[in-house]
Design a protein around this ligand. Sequence first.
Ligand SMILES: O=C[C@H](O)[C@H](O)COP(=O)(O)O
Ligand SMILES: C=C(OP(=O)(O)O)C(=O)O
Length: 368
Amino acid sequence: MNANLATLHTSTPSDLTLIDNTLVDPARTPALRRTVPLPTPAQLRERLPCHPALAHQINQQREAIRAVLNGIDDRLLVIVGPCSLHDPDSAVEYAQRLAELAHRVGDHLLLVMRTYVEKPRTTIGWKGLMYDPHLDNSSDMAEGLALSRRLMLSIAELGLPVATELLQPMAAGYLDDLLGWAAIGARTSESQVHREMVSGLALPVGFKNGTDGSLGIACDAMRSAAHPHQHFGMDNHGQPALIHTQGNADTHLVLRGGHGGPNYQPSAVAAARQTLEKQGLAPRIIVDCSHANSNKNPMLQPAVLQSVIDQRKAGDRSLRGVMLESHLFDGNQPMGADLKYGVSVTDACIGWAGTESALLDAAEAAQI
Ligand SMILES: O=C[C@H](O)[C@H](O)COP(=O)(O)O
Ligand SMILES: C=C(OP(=O)(O)O)C(=O)O
């Protein structure tokens, strides 16, 4: 017999043990999978409630974002903030500065804070505050969920609309009542499960083009999410459920560039607009000034923002908003023991000084 085959582990029926009504081989299964119970979305919402006045504010913010996306309000939507939140103190300090700036530029720009607590990874890496709030691979997700919700509540209390990427559909119920806007990222726009989830969300959602630059998956996503779905899911009490959704009419395209380069230039935006129109989709476009649109060089983001403003001034009203990755200080840093305050631990960001000046310039340019 082949020596490799002889060393293969083979279980006999008597080795099998009943765990959770499933017969498993205990010599193998525990090493592959371990489960830790988490609170349900309803339990977390009860512990950290969104009180009626705040819920009313969030509904009004969703309406304001819809009005911008639909061209009823001529302001530019600006979804701005850290690539990821990793430290509550710097997140709140950032939010305080942004809330103050939001008032100053509010006649021309509608500011929404990126409050990203889940990170999609190309391969592996830190997955965000929700998954690993102590930043040490201890993966205290119960604390991560609570901390994420607490932070979003604090940011919303400052009067800012809250934006995030919804990456894990089962986690959406812990946070979605606090969101003014959400993104489906480049790595998940093609996913049926995400499209189903979006079809049941009562908020505006941007679908990003794929990492290869393809618009088709985001357009398909918008068409799919506009429809009612019946899908498998979990209700807010943690019960597996058949979910019936109504369809979401408030989706839009987010151009983030791709492997072939940026797609914010006038020719790329015109092509995107035509693609949307050909498919009967509303020409609502947001440009992500970061990622492949800035070749991951955060210092190029203001130039991308300027191009969007110039295109709007030249008459392109399909451009309804921008995204910027911004933190208190420029750049990023590797995850480690001595983290610098206010510096991103994921993608490099533009610092507050550069952010503030780019947004003040944008507001001024919008009035001319
Ligand atoms: O915006 C963040 C990153 O671009 C995204 O999470 C992918 O990151 P990674 O390629 O470092 O895994
Ligand atoms: C991951 C992000 O973007 P994308 O999906 O475009 O890579 C992000 O905005 O954090």
